[in-house]
Design a protein around this ligand. Structure first.
Ligand code: NAD
Length: 257
């Protein structure tokens, strides 16, 4: 990691849900490129693991224990930041079900984290970016922001909303030096996927893992570090002409099906 360019030297980043999977890889990558990283995480102990990994590599970070779905928690989290240049809204939760089998409380839970959580990040984060003279936002959306997959009613709804919020913020702050983009990963191998398999296919995890991998045209799942590399590019000045975009990072899932 020592050979990476220092594109974020002197910059301050915040990554939500940075205690696991994609968020953790993003926090580690931004720190390796010189950013001071705020690891915003519901599970403080998971955030501490990411912090330890960053510090072991010589990076700078701290943990903010917060719930993205809670307005007071997010207000306090952002108020504690001295400065913000890069905001990554990554925290998200999954749900399986069609419109009939999705209970109202399931919808509320997915909305609360995946939609309202991203809203909170944007609502409290944009003023901080403006105070820094501008900055970059990357939201973690999904292929499901664009295509339908069976039994993803609530989750797809939430990721469609992440895409729409990305466009709205990109439009409203295009002349204020804020760029806002989202990335749309297909399946990526994280604890999110392992938890899904353990819950829904107990005893069949291995064969379901192989089946899910084969379902993507490239024949495998993505790796968190691959998503982190794209996010780091989009957050960097090298992507200065890119705003209001939804980048597919999906092994061909959207266009090669
Ligand atoms: N893994 C995939 O296949 C995949 C594909 C496309 C998009 N995504 C999206 O990427 C993002 C990260 O997914 P992942 O696979 O790394 O998941 P993960 O479950 O491994 O990690 C998510 C992290 O978010 C944290 N979190 C959950 N709710 C929170 C809350 N209310 N407040 C603060 N933190 C909270 C969790 O504690 C966890 O550390 C999610 O938005 C997910 O929808 C994942």
């Amino acid at each position: 990691m020592t050979t990476l360019p220092q594109r974020f030297a002197g910059k301050h980043a915040l990554v939500t849900g940075a205690g696991s999977g994609i968020g953790r890889a993003i926090a580690v990558r931004l720190a390796a490129e010189g950013a001071g990283v705020a690891i915003l995480e519901l599970r403080a102990e998971a955030g501490a693991d990411t912090l330890a990994e960053i510090r072991a590599a010589g990076g700078t970070a701290r943990v903010i224990a917060a719930d993205v779905g809670n307005t007071d928690s997010m207000r306090a989290a952002f108020a504690s930041l001295e400065r913000l240049d890069v905001l990554v809204n990554n925290a998200g939760v999954a749900h399986i079900g069609n419109v009939v089998t999705t209970a109202p409380e399931d919808l509320d839970r997915i909305y609360g984290v995946n939609v309202k959580g991203v809203y909170h990040g944007l609502h409290f984060g944009v003023p901080k970016l403006l105070a820094s003279g501008g900055g970059a936002i990357v939201n973690i959306a999904s292929t499901l922001s664009k295509i339908a997959v069976p039994d993803r009613f609530a989750y797809g709804m939430s990721k469609g909303a992440v895409f729409a919020m990305t466009l709205s913020v990109a439009r409203d702050f295009v002349d204020k030096k804020i760029r806002c983009n989202c990335v749309c990963p297909a399946r990526v191998h994280t604890p999110f996927v392992d938890g899904y398999l353990a819950k829904n296919y107990p005893g069949q995890e291995k064969e379901m893992f192989a089946k899910l991998s084969a379902a993507q045209p490239i024949g495998r799942m993505g790796e968190p570090r691959e998503i982190a590399a794209l996010v780091a590019f989009l957050a960097s000045d090298e992507a200065g002409f890119i705003t209001g975009s939804a980048y597919d990072i999906d092994g061909g899932t959207i266009l090669l099906r």
